[in-house]
Design a protein around this ligand. Structure first.
Ligand code: GLN
Length: 198
């Protein structure tokens, strides 16, 4: 089967780690700097970073409207951490540019300032169950405060949704690209293959 080309939005944040993870899982990853490059890709990853900065840069570079349109037309997208915030329709606090595509409410920096980052073992539905939990890395992470009826929560940490899916959209509050566990990227690639088969 042909390798799918997955674009990683390369305006700010953890881009290289996603590209490396994609290569490991047998996809072709490309760093996207211009909206026109979106058309070379069958799916998109929005990395972690700083969501206010990513939002402003997405507007300045002309990505915001273009990504919105392509995802609405069915392009699969995976947002990690700040990428989750960008995909959310609502934030608990504050006002900043969002794609507003997924029916979730996100709480930014939900785990407080004292605990900037931590790791936790999660059970995640849908990924290959090889007996291992998924070791999730959270860095100034959001959580998903509320989900709409079409959203499926795939995993929780201490009672809060931290990974979820709605149609071709996947979000996680944590950073699988910073680990060696590629099961979530492989799950996303199966979503991409499913979308291509339609
Ligand atoms: N705290 C960041 C934000 O609100 C997200 C952090 C991350 O992506 N690791 O945008």
């Amino acid at each position: 089967m042909k390798k799918p080309t997955i674009g990683v939005l390369a305006l700010q944040g953890a881009v290289r780690e996603h590209l490396q993870m994609l290569e490991r899982t047998g996809a072709r990853g490309v760093a996207l700097r211009y909206p026109a490059e979106l058309h070379l890709c069958s799916a998109l990853i929005i990395p972690g970073g700083e969501s206010t900065t990513i939002g402003k840069l997405m507007i300045a570079c002309g990505f915001l409207g273009e990504v919105r349109e392509l995802v609405r037309e069915g392009m699969p997208v995976y947002g990690t951490c700040a990428g989750l915030i960008m995909l959310a329709s609502r934030l608990v606090d504050g006002d900043q540019p969002l794609l507003g595509l997924m029916d979730i409410t996100a709480r930014r920096n939900a785990y407080g300032r004292q605990v900037d980052s931590f790791e936790a073992d999660l059970r995640i539905e849908g990924i290959e169950d090889d007996g291992r939990p998924f070791r999730a890395v959270f860095i100034r992470a959001p959580w998903i405060e509320e989900v709409g009826p079409a959203v499926k929560v795939l995993g929780e940490y201490r009672g809060r949704a931290v990974i979820a899916r709605e149609d071709g959209m996947l979000v996680s509050a944590f950073h699988p690209e910073l680990t060696r566990d590629d099961r979530i990227h492989r799950y996303f690639l199966r979503m991409v293959e499913g979308a291509e088969g339609q």
